[in-house]
Design a protein around this ligand. Structure first.
Ligand SMILES: NC(=O)c1ccc[n+]([C@@H]2O[C@H](COP(=O)([O-])OP(=O)(O)OC[C@H]3O[C@@H](n4cnc5c(N)ncnc54)[C@H](OP(=O)(O)O)[C@@H]3O)[C@@H](O)[C@H]2O)c1
Length: 332
């Protein structure tokens, strides 16, 4: 099915500031919003690090970016978010490549509605890919974010959530953050995104928002100059749905009909790029087509973090269980 036409992105992109002298680390640049974000910040002059799991798609991502911006500083770093060891190795490589620090860490990569499978570390494949490994990556890169903030006044962590954070229940549960991979409800997809595959996705996207809230509160308490922001893309035509269809999470015909209301990957990337680049973005902001369930397309606007995850109980649950999963404290 062809992608919807891009409507808002060119005008949005023209409004963005230079990213010269900024170092930007992005996960998941082989397609979708991550690819758009990588091309955008490279075009704006940033040094860009592409964190992808090794594949032909990862090689193509590097090749396309270096061909489009031959004078830009682009580095590829292997990083499989299904493996904590791979994330740690990637973070060490980023430290070697970036003595100047990291100005923007964009935790973008994600998977959706996959089977009830454990990673090699024992966690749900969706929760580890979408949240736990990004929590670990942020922890490992924190000294580099602080270094960049000290030398240039600020740095940012931009997380990518989803409208799925608002799925019924709206409550983050400890069991999804614990070592229960392969034992979290089975492979049902449900009629209206309510099967166990979707509950696991919803929990991981709720975790992205709760992580932002918990990080923001710790940043405020410590006086850190690093900002914590979060975005959602509405409904964007990327590889996300294709992968879900191939893995049995969504029916082909239903997806083709459903995606008629989607926007292009470029328009969907405006929220995360706002978090990464907009000069007036402040810590604790959410960017996307809007706060409600019906916000599937349109220009990205800023709105506040929401109370169903920005509360002490959820922030503490998220931080404590995520730290336990990665096996180390994360002090701000
Ligand atoms: N598209 C939407 O409508 C929508 C809606 C709400 C939220 N989102 C969120 O937007 C973000 C970007 O998704 P997208 O829509 O752009 O999807 P996409 O086109 O499928 O891109 C996802 C990216 O994540 C990478 N990735 C997946 N598993 C990985 C792993 N184990 N290690 C490293 N990278 C991995 C993929 O790389 P590979 O080539 O290695 O698979 C790809 O680069 C996700 O967090 C998603 O949850 C999207």
């Amino acid at each position: 099915m062809p992608s919807p036409a891009t409507k808002h992105f060119p005008e949005f992109k023209a409004s963005l500031p230079s990213m010269r002298d900024k170092t930007v680390v992005i996960t998941g640049t082989t397609s979708g919003t991550g690819r758009v974000a990588a091309h955008t910040v490279a075009d704006l002059g940033a040094k860009v690090l592409l964190l992808n799991r090794p594949s032909k798609r990862a090689e193509a991502s590097l090749a396309a970016l270096t061909a489009a911006f031959p004078s830009a500083q682009i580095h590829a770093v292997d990083c499989d978010l299904q493996s904590f060891a791979s994330v740690e190795k990637a973070a060490a490589q980023v430290a070697e490549l970036c003595p100047e620090g990291v100005h923007v860490l964009c935790n973008n990569a994600g998977v959706m509605a996959l089977e009830d499978q454990a990673t090699g570390d024992g966690y749900d494949v969706q929760m580890q890919t979408n949240h736990l490994s990004h929590f670990l990556l942020t922890r490992e890169l924190w000294p580099l974010l602080v270094r960049a903030a000290d030398s240039s006044g600020e740095a940012r962590v931009a997380n990518h959530s989803s409208s799925a954070r608002m799925a019924p229940g709206k409550k983050l549960k400890a069991s999804y953050l614990e070592k229960n991979g392969g034992n979290l409800g089975g492979n049902g997809s449900g009629l209206v995104f309510n099967g166990a595959r979707w509950v696991r996705y919803n929990q991981s996207k709720l975790a992205n928002a709760a992580f932002t809230a918990a990080l923001h509160h710790r940043i405020q308490a410590s006086g850190s100059k690093v900002k914590a922001l979060v975005a959602h893309p509405g409904l964007a035509r990327t590889e996300l749905q294709e992968t879900s269809v191939k893995k049995g999470g969504m029916g082909r015909m239903f997806t083709n009909v459903f995606m008629r209301i989607s926007q292009s990957a470029e328009d969907g990337a405006m929220g995360i790029i706002s978090c990464m680049c907009l000069p007036d973005a402040t810590s604790g902001q959410f960017y996307g087509p809007g706060p409600g369930m019906m916000a599937v397309k349109g220009p990205a606007i800023a709105f506040a973090l929401e109370g169903f995850y920005d509360n002490e109980e959820t922030r503490e649950l998220l931080w404590e269980r995520s730290s336990a999963a990665i096996g180390r404290d994360f002090e701000i």
